[in-house]
Design a protein around this ligand. Structure first.
Ligand SMILES: [Zn+2]
Ligand SMILES: [Zn+2]
Length: 136
């Protein structure tokens, strides 16, 4: 895993760099992650806050108070989630893997909140697989 990772939002205004290693990578299947990502689950990586630096678009990053313990930061123009904070993880930031410019460098090692995992998720590779959109 490279020591410096970069990330950006979809509209490319918000950019960030992470100058240190990932301490954990998880798939979270909780219902909050479903809403916040708009998808079936979130793949999240944990990094040290001291390694994280916004490298552009500071003015475009806005926040949503998810609960009294968790805050989501995202691009106010395109909506891409950039990072999350949780009071139980001081000194850490939780980044959605899709915000990384090279998400392929991350391999999650565990699934959290499996009680809320959608039943089709474990069968995903048994579905018909296409190189590109089947609609052409
Ligand atoms: Zn954006
Ligand atoms: Zn979650």
């Amino acid at each position: 895993m490279p020591e410096t990772m970069s990330g950006s939002c979809k509209c490319d205004r918000v950019k960030f760099q992470v100058a240190g290693p990932i301490s954990m990578a998880v798939n979270c299947h909780c219902n909050s992650c479903k809403k916040l990502s708009g998808s079936a689950f979130s793949t999240l990586v944990m990094v040290d806050r001291s390694d994280f630096k916004l490298a552009g678009g500071d003015g475009e990053v806005t926040r949503y108070q998810v609960s009294d313990r968790a805050t989501k930061y995202f691009c106010r123009i395109c909506g891409t989630p950039v990072y999350n904070e949780h009071v139980d993880l001081p000194g850490k930031l939780i980044l959605p893997v899709g915000a990384l410019d090279n998400p392929a460098i991350v391999t999650p090692t565990l699934n959290a909140h499996c009680e809320n995992m959608l039943s089709w998720v474990p069968k995903i590779m048994q579905m018909k697989n296409f190189e590109q959109s089947p609609g052409g």
